[in-house]
Write a protein that binds this ligand. Structure first.
Ligand code: GUN
Ligand code: FE
Length: 415
């Protein structure tokens, strides 16, 4: 079945190039993009067309680092640094997910807000609790969103109310993988929280599970100077944070998602690249709780896979469009203070859509063969100063909000 939509169309071809079509048609066949046409071909004449007028059709966003349980904490305690923020606010909140009715209420609101803000693909941290995290996976699958979701592992240096034994952590992770690996769109992923809260034995056990169930891994990697130093102190003999996961066999079973990756050594970079891992910039979180700015332009030049994350609730807003703007802003600060190269909007929009989408399959672009996971952006024009379609997209990322998303499509179906 073919559906036709008309409007302006913008998507990333690469980190250097946006494709821009004015007043064009996009044909969607069984949920997949068939083609974009500046003149409607004969074969489609007679089909009805949904006309979005001056609206801009763009790909839906991918959030590669977000903590669903921290959703109620967004925009709070943002004057603390990472360690105090975790201990005083985040860990007590995460402990509440032993309570399933609480978890359900939060996770339903979280998933609705993801969709409202145009995020259709996400890598999500749960908590240590398998039931609550399982509910989140079920909810995402029901909605049809593409997701990797992790039951978090932490078996040391955590408060007693949020600390597992190594055996429990491994056993519960295995039954979690068994139970949810067969889902279609929302899949489990291994989620050791970060090196300071995981023993070597736990990581090794997770590595074995990764091999057995062909499951990738997400974690926080070289996020802050404190974390990078703590990791080296906790794992004597390793040369860098990333090597901890390589030694545990966690890097080659599926996608590797390294949240933050702000203070890597050359060795961290070599290992992440070797396994085709993703460095996920979370610009708001970086400003709120961490003293550091990713060298995004240098990473792009070095061929490191890049993506963006909201990092709710280190970050205070769930929309990835705002992170595309903030990433440009941070790179300018990095230039101002440290003389590093800047990134432009083409690069960060690519991270937010096509590049971040790669780990979920053919999503994040509007090229032929990509799944039609798309948004229609509207209501950002000034009547006295017409904007080009790509300018509307840029303004949306800087100044827009969910009310500017006029329509949302997932697999060709309007939500
Ligand atoms: N490092 C370890 N846990 C967390 C967390 O929950 N959020 C962030 N931003 N960093 C972390
Ligand atoms: Fe995080």
């Amino acid at each position: 079945m073919t559906e036709l939509y008309r409007g302006h169309i913008v998507y990333s071809k690469s980190g250097e190039e946006l494709a821009v079509y004015k007043n064009s048609w996009i044909a969607v066949e069984d949920g997949t993009v068939e083609g974009i046409y500046e003149v409607l071909p004969e074969k489609f004449k007679g089909l009805s067309v949904r006309d979005f007028g001056n609206g801009v059709i763009i790909p839906a966003f991918s959030d590669l680092h977000v903590h669903a349980p921290q959703y109620p904490q967004r925009g709070l305690a943002m004057d603390l640094l990472l360690e105090d923020w975790l201990n005083n606010y985040t860990f007590p909140l995460e402990a509440r997910y032993a309570d399933l009715p609480f978890a359900r209420a939060v996770y339903e609101a979280f998933v609705d807000d993801l969709i409202a803000n145009g995020t259709m693909h996400a890598c999500i941290f749960g908590t240590i609790h398998p039931e609550a995290t399982g509910f989140l996976l079920t909810r995402l699958e029901e909605k049809g969103l593409s997701a990797f979701v992790g039951k978090v592992n932490m078996d040391k240096a955590s408060p007693a109310y949020l600390c597992e034994t190594t055996e429990d952590s491994l056993r519960e992770t295995e039954s979690f993988l068994e139970r949810y690996s067969g889902q279609k769109t929302a899949k489990p992923i291994l989620t050791p929280r970060f090196a300071p809260t995981c023993t070597a034995e736990l990581l090794k056990g997770l590595g074995k599970l990764g091999r057995k169930y062909h499951t990738g891994m997400q974690t926080h990697l070289v996020e802050s100077k404190w974390e990078a130093q703590q990791a080296l102190a906790d794992f004597p003999g390793v040369s860098c944070d990333t090597e901890i996961y390589e030694r545990a066999g966690l890097m080659d079973n599926g996608p590797v998602i390294a949240a933050h990756f702000i203070f890597p050594s050359e060795e961290d970079i070599r290992i992440l690249k070797k396994y085709d891992g993703y460095a996920v910039q979370c610009p708001d979180a970086t400003v709120n709780i961490t003293a550091g700015i990713m060298s995004t332009a240098a990473y792009a030049r070095a061929g490191i896979n890049l993506a963006l994350g909201s990092d709710i609730a280190g970050g205070h807003h769930i929309g990835i469009y705002g992170q595309a703007a903030r990433s440009v802003q941070l790179s300018k600060l990095k230039w101002f203070y440290e003389g590093e190269e800047t990134v432009d909007f083409k690069r960060t929009f690519y991270m937010a859509t096509k590049q971040g989408g790669e780990i979920f399959g053919r999503v994040g672009s509007l090229e032929r063969g990509y799944r039609f996971d798309a948004l229609v952006i509207d209501g950002l024009e000034d009547p006295f100063c017409p904007l080009a379609p790509q300018e509307i997209v840029e303004r949306f990322c800087y100044s827009g909000n969910s009310s500017h998303i006029r329509a949302r499509f997932l697999g060709g179906k309007e939500l």
